[in-house]
Structures are given as C-alpha cells and as structure tokens.
Design a protein around this ligand. Structure first.
Ligand code: NAD
Ligand code: MG
Length: 367
C-alpha cells in the first residue's frame, strides 16, 4: 500500500480543509508534507499544528509564486493538490509536473485556462492528473477500464444552485447573500457564486473536455438538485454508469489520493432508504446563459476559454463587492468574449496575455 506524500496549495480553504480531514482519516495512506495559504497566516499556523512535519508557505506578497513553486517541487512530495481559487495555481502546477509530481486538481480554473498545456505536460512527464472536482472524479471513476472511443457522452450533474426555481425576472435583484447560499454544498465564495450563475458547470464542461479528451459536443449537463449522483458516463451501447455518494468533498479527495486503490474511512455511507428521491431535469439555458457561453468557448478553444474564465473572475469580484448586478456577471463575460480575437493553439505566453487582457477589459466594462 502506497502512502502519498501530499503538498496542499490552498490548505486553508474549503477544499484544503476537507483534504486535511482526509489526511487525519487515512493517515496510513496520506501524509501532508507541505501547505500554503494566501492571506490567513494564523489559520495556516493552526493547520500546521496538526501536521508538525509539514513545510508551510504564505503565497501573498513579493515572491509568493516562487514560494508556491518551491513547495510544489519539494523533494519530499509525490503529489500536489491544487486547491487555490482561480488561476494562481497554474505555474506551480506546471512546475510540479516538471518535477515529476502527480497532480490532484480542484482548481478547475487552471484547466479551463490552460487544460491542453497541463495535460500535454503531464503526458510528457509521465505524471497523473487526478480530478478532485466531484463531477470529474465521478466521471474518472466511471471511465476506468473503458476506451475513450466507447464513450458516447459524459453527463455532468448540476445542483442548479440557489436560483434553480427563481423566475428569470427576479435574477436582476439577486444579492450576494442569496447567491452564496448553496443548497447542497458548503464551498468557497467564488465557486458558490459560480454555482449560482451556472458558470461553475460551464467551467466544468471545459474542464471535462481536457481531463478526459472528449470534444465539447460529447459533454452534457443535467440538473440534479440532490447532488447525490455526482456525474455519469454514457457509452456507445447506451449503458450509463453513475457514481453516487453523500455530498462531501472528502470522497473525491480521498479517491484522488488512494487511486487506484480503495480504502475504508469514517465518511457517512449512502442510506438509500432515507433518500426520498433522485430527480433530473434539463437546465434553463436561456435564463442562465453561462452554459452556452462556456460551450461556445470550449468549441472555439484557443484563448477563448481563458478569456471567459478571467472575465468571470473579475465580474464575480464586482458582484461580491456590490459593484454590479447578478446578470451583469454573464453580460460582462459575453461582451468580453465578443471583443476577443481568439488565438488558436496558444502557448503559455499567449494564454497569459489573453487572461490579463480579459481582466482589464472586464474591469473597464464594469467601472
Ligand atoms: P476557498 O476560497 O475556500 O479557498 C481558497 C484557498 O486558496 C485558500 O487556502 C486561500 O488561502 C488560497 N488562495 C486564494 N487566493 C490565492 C492566490 N491568489 N494565490 C494563492 N493562494 C490563494 O476556495 P475553495 O472552495 O476551497 O475552492 C478552491 C478550488 O477548488 C476552486 O478552484 C474551486 O472551483 C475548486 N472546487 C471547490 C469545491 C468545494 O467544495 N469547495 C468543489 C469543487 C472544486
Ligand atoms: Mg464540481
């Protein structure tokens, strides 16, 4: 049995906290050897008490990225969990791959921005990219042992977020407090807003496209408000495999760490008799344009997904600061995308350029 020596980038966040819980639950399989935080030094020191041998690093201020890279490439680690919100984990992730570390990726933004570069680098260096996002972890489990050409489509489940039943006209008045109240998951602020606009599911469509090498037309979304079925794979013979568990990110984190093994834990099992119902419905594409914007970005490819992602990050910040309305998030993203001339097959420099251009353009539109 292999014990994983894991560095957690973003150890104080929602995913980081769950990952520390997994490490306490299966200490014979997971050892935390490094942890970073961005602003909350006290929280990092507190986390460090539980894992006194772990190296600690703060990523804010001068040289922050260098400290993340140093942690991500440290000799004592064999896996790096990227649990940083947004795209700040991209360079550390690439550095970890070059240093031969396996990646566990929660930060979907880096795969949306530079999925092709990350997956190509991982192949070249012979390292694994293990998905932590619950949907992708589910698809990863369903795909095991199956050839890509046997897949008809991957079907991402979406909770629908807090505004699932809101009439479209009410969305204009939605507040950050209302948008942050996720019905089934307790997560960081940015992903909670993304879940309300459905940009989270849009980003996840592009994330799936790169993780599993399936083109956008084979990536589908279905609303499943109970968040028990974490996603599904439909094969060419019409059979569908699904992965289910209670709603707890410790499940996908543990599987990323123990893969390809399964080990017992103290997580709550599913009680089927207590589940009242599992329901499915089509997403409201017209009322939540994020899904179609993301599909378009994924189909065009090149720098367009990075532009969508960057504009969304800026617009989410503006919404949380009450500088724009809820619908202004997708309106801003759409306007920024419409004025971008996508670069095909971009290198990292072109991706970073597009990212910063989109951030500026979005900030301009919102000011
Ligand atoms: P969070 O806001 O709770 O935590 C973010 C972590 O990143 C913190 O440790 C923070 O210190 C660090 N951080 C923030 N900005 C940083 C920066 N600029 N540079 C370096 N570090 C920085 O976020 P979260 O909910 O844990 O989400 C983390 C990532 O995981 C996101 O990409 C999110 O989409 C993804 N994800 C989260 C969940 C979930 O349940 N929370 C589920 C699936 C995927
Ligand atoms: Mg998810």
């Amino acid at each position: 049995m292999r014990k994983r020596r894991v560095v957690i980038l973003g150890a104080t966040g929602s995913i980081g906290t769950s990952a520390r819980k997994v490490a306490r639950d299966i200490p014979e399989r997971m050892e935390i050897v490094g942890m970073s935080a961005h602003s909350n030094e006290a929280a990092l020191r507190e986390a460090g008490k539980e894992f006194p041998d772990a190296k600690l690093a703060m990523s804010s201020g001068d040289g922050g990225e260098e400290r993340l890279i140093e942690l991500a490439t440290m000799p004592g680690a064999d896996m790096v969990l990227i649990a940083i919100v947004g795209t700040a984990g991209l360079r550390p992730a690439l550095a970890a791959i070059e240093a031969g570390k396996d990646l566990a990726v929660a930060s979907k933004e880096i795969l949306v921005m530079a999925g092709e570069a990350v997956m190509t680098a991982a192949r070249e260096h012979g390292v694994q990219v293990l998905p932590v996002d619950s949907e992708h972890n589910a698809i990863f489990q369903c795909l095991e042992g199956h050839a890509s050409e046997h897949v008809r489509r991957v079907i991402l489940t979406a909770s629908g977020g807090p505004f699932l039943r809101w009439p479209a006209v009410s969305l204009a008045g939605a507040t950050p407090e209302q948008a942050l109240k996720h019905p089934t998951w307790d997560m960081g602020r940015k992903i909670s807003i993304d879940s309300a606009t459905l940009f989270n599911k849009g980003l996840e469509m592009i994330e799936a496209r790169w993780l599993f090498d399936v083109e956008m037309p084979r990536v589908d979304v279905i609303v499943h408000p109970q968040s028990i079925v974490h996603s599904m794979v439909e094969f060419i013979d019409g059979s569908v495999l699904a992965q289910l568990s209670t709603t707890d990110m410790c499940f996908p984190i543990q599987y990323a760490v123990t893969w390809p093994d399964r080990v017992p834990n103290t997580l709550p099992p599913l009680d089927f008799a207590a589940l009242a119902q599992l329901t499915f419905e089509a997403p409201r594409r017209a009322d939540f344009p994020a899904l179609d914007l993301a599909r378009h970005a994924g189909e065009i490819g090149g720098t367009l997904p990075a532009v969508l992602n960057a504009a969304n990050e800026i617009a989410v910040d503006a919404f949380l600061d009450r500088r724009c309305s809820f619908p202004a998030i997708w309106q801003t993203v759409e306007r920024v995308m419409n004025t971008h001339a996508p670069v095909a097959a971009p290198d990292l420099a072109a991706i970073l350029d597009a990212d910063s251009w989109a951030r500026h353009r979005a900030a301009e539109l919102l000011s």
